[in-house]
Design a protein around this ligand. Structure first.
Ligand code: AMP
Ligand code: ZN
Length: 116
C-alpha cells in the first residue's frame, strides 16, 4: 500500500532499526518505546489489522507468531517474560493500519488492559 508507513519500512524506503528481516517479515524497534524492549513485528504483506485477516493468511500469521517467539528469546525475554500485543482499530488505540505485533519486555509491565 503506497501511503502505508510500515509498508515503506518493510521496503526499506524509510529508515528503521531492524532486528530481523526475511522475505515475508520484518521486525524493527518502536520509535517511541514503552518498555526496555519494544519491537514491532510485521508481515511485509499489507493487512490492515487482525480484524481484516483472511483464512488464507492463517499460515502467514502462524509463522509470524513463531518468529515473534524467536525474537523475544533473542532479546533475552524467554525466561523473564514478554507481552505480544495486536491493537485493532480505534478503541484499542491502533494508529498504524498495517498489522503489527508489539513485542514488549525487559521490565515488569503495567497490568492496565481496561478502559481509560
Ligand atoms: P499502534 O498504536 O498499535 O498502532 O502502534 C503503532 C506503533 O508504531 C507505535 O508504538 C509507534 O510508536 C510506532 N511507530 C510509528 N511510526 C514508527 C516508525 N517510523 N518507526 C518505528 N515505530 C513507529
Ligand atoms: Zn502497509
Amino acid at each position: 500500500m503506497s501511503d502505508c508507513i510500515f509498508c515503506k519500512i518493510a521496503a526499506g524506503e524509510i529508515p528503521s532499526t531492524k532486528v530481523y528481516e526475511d522475505a515475508e517479515f520484518c521486525a524493527f524497534k518502536d520509535l517511541n518505546p514503552q518498555a526496555p524492549v519494544h519491537i514491532l513485528l510485521i508481515p511485509k504483506k499489507h493487512i490492515s489489522s487482525l480484524l481484516e485477516l483472511q483464512e488464507a493468511d492463517a499460515t502467514l500469521m502462524g509463522k509470524l507468531l513463531f518468529r515473534g517467539q524467536k525474537i523475544a528469546k533473542e532479546q533475552g525475554l524467554g525466561e523473564s517474560g514478554v507481552r505480544f500485543v495486536f491493537n485493532c482499530k480505534d478503541d484499542a488505540g491502533q494508529t498504524v493500519h498495517h498489522i503489527h505485533c508489539h513485542i514488549l519486555g525487559g521490565a515488569r509491565l503495567s497490568d492496565s488492559f481496561g478502559v481509560r
